[in-house]
Structures are given as C-alpha cells and as structure tokens.
Design a binder for this molecule. Structure first.
Ligand SMILES: Nc1ncnc2c1ncn2[C@@H]1O[C@H](COP(=O)(O)OP(=O)(O)O)[C@@H](O)[C@H]1O
Ligand SMILES: [Mg+2]
Length: 263
C-alpha cells in the first residue's frame, strides 16, 4: 500500500472542528445557477455529508437532480454558493482559485463517465500527467504511473493511445490517473455509465479493491444498482438535499430513483 505523503497530514489549525478523521465533510452546501433570464436555479439546497477514511458512499437520484453539480462542489472543481467544505482536514471554502487547484490536486481523484484522457498521449503519459503538473521529476512520475497501470492490470498497454483501448481499459487508465497524486478521496460520476454489464463489474471490482488497498474514501454517483449496493451506505439526492436510502442489487429501482444514464 502506498503511504500518504507528509503534506497530507492535516495542519492541526485546519482540522475539522470536530477533530475527527473524516476525509470529506460538507455542511449546508448550496449551489445555485443564475440563468440567462436572470432567474436563479437552486440545485443544491443544503447538502450535509460526512465521509470517513476508507468509507464508500454511493449517491443516486433522478437525472437532473444535481448529482454531478454536487460531485464538482465536493471535489473543489466548483464553488458552492454557500456552505462549508473540508477535505483531508483542510477548510476548502473561501480559498483562492490557485489554492483550490492545489488542494484539489493533493486530495481528490476524479473518474467521470467519459474517460477524458488526452488522445495524443499514451496510457503511460496520461497517468504521468497529474504528477508532472504537480512538479514531480519525470522519472518519478513515470515510475509511479507504471506502478498504477500495473495495479489496474494494464501493464501490457502502456504505449497505447486512448483510442487504441477498449472502453473498459480507458476507464481503468482514468482510474490510474485519478490515483496519481495519492488522493484521500476518489469521486466517481457514473464511472461505468458507458460500459456493458461485464466490463462494469470488472471496473467496480477494481474500485473496491483500490479502496481496500489504499484506504481511500469513495463517493460514487451511479445509476448502477449493483455498484450503489456495494457501498457502505447509499444516499438519495432529492430536492437538493441528501437523504439515506436502501438499494438492493436485486430489486428494481424505485420510481424515485429510476432513471437513464445522462449523456
Ligand atoms: N453551469 C450551469 N448553469 C446552469 N444550470 C446548470 C449548470 N450546471 C448544471 N445545471 C442544471 O442543474 C441541474 C442539475 O444538473 P446535474 O448536476 O448535471 O444533474 P445530474 O448529474 O443529477 O443529472 C440541471 O437542471 C442542470 O440543467
Ligand atoms: Mg450527472
């Protein structure tokens, strides 16, 4: 298992007020969008969420309820309109754009429905990228990328460009890239939304194996019942807030959560 880098140690002054080892804590998060006609669209209306170290939480909800918006705010890709966010024991809200980018690189790995790999670069180079951007020496970034691609079972594909890989392989490269900076939390937005059933299952196995090996926290937005049910708990995003819900891998979706993957 990889060791957290020393700079992952929370600064005692910045520890979450309850002093716990929570990886991620959100309090009263709101996010509204101002539309073209000047009206406000309130998507998140006071989201509270605490995710412990190594905990896996799945988030379900109908299309358009704000799941992607929430994940972007939780991962500091987007700012909440109000509310507080703590990642790895650091206060995230109220930071400059530069600081946000740094904290995001340090603490968060993202996996999206579509891999977002750079098509001109090989699998190895794609996985090296976050480390290079972070200022790591090339040799170190490469060694780390090789190790991660091996961990996701892609050692024989290091020199492949994304378009030379299958959908499942592309997502595995995306997972390896998300781990490049040794995040404390992996946020996944419909990671298997674009894969067939068998490939989805392999990806889900990978995500949970990695969680186990690296004591990573997982926050998974998914329409996949099997994946949602594998998490330690499931939350339903409805009316802009999260509420606990139960998902069984066998039972069909309830009408409330029934949905098609968004494009
Ligand atoms: N940048 C934006 N500007 C205006 N409206 C947005 C923006 N991003 C998302 N929305 C709206 O917010 C709602 C939630 O979107 P999203 O988070 O993508 O939902 P989900 O991921 O649950 O399908 C939708 O109605 C969407 O149109
Ligand atoms: Mg979405």
């Amino acid at each position: 298992m990889s060791k957290p880098r020393p700079d992952h140690e929370p600064d005692p002054a910045e520890r979450t007020p309850n002093g716990s080892s929570l990886t991620l804590e959100a309090r009263g998060l709101r996010r509204s969008f101002t539309l073209g006609d000047g009206s406000e669209l309130e998507v998140l209306r006071g989201v509270d969420l605490s995710v412990g170290t190594g905990e896996a939480v799945s988030i379900v909800g109908a299309s358009g309820t704000g799941k992607s918006t929430l994940l972007h705010v939780l991962g500091a890709l987007d700012r909440p309109t109000s509310g507080e966010l703590f990642l790895g024991g650091r206060t995230i809200t109220g930071r400059s754009g530069r600081e946000l980018a740094r904290l995001r690189n340090q603490f968060v790995g993202f996996v999206f429905q579509f891999h977002h790999l750079l098509r001109e670069f090989t699998a190895l180079e794609n996985v090296m990228m976050p480390r290079l951007i972070d200022g790591s020496p090339r040799a170190e970034a490469e060694a780390r990328a090789r190790e991660l691609l091996e961990a996701v079972g892609l050692s024989p594909r290091l020199g492949h460009k994304p378009w030379q890989l299958s959908g499942g392989e592309q997502q595995r490269v995306a997972v390896a890239r998300a781990l490049a900076n040794e995040p404390v939390v992996l946020l996944a937005d419909e990671p298997s939304g674009n894969l067939d059933a068998r490939t989805s299952e392999a990806l889900h196995d990978l995500l949970f194996r990695i969680r186990e090996e690296r004591e990573l926290s997982l926050v998974l937005v998914t329409h996949n019942r099997e994946l949602a049910a594998r998490a330690d708990r499931t939350l339903l995003l409805t009316e802009g807030v999260l509420e606990p819900t139960q998902i069984s891998p066998e039972e069909p979706w309830s009408a409330k959560t029934a949905d098609q993957p968004t494009p």
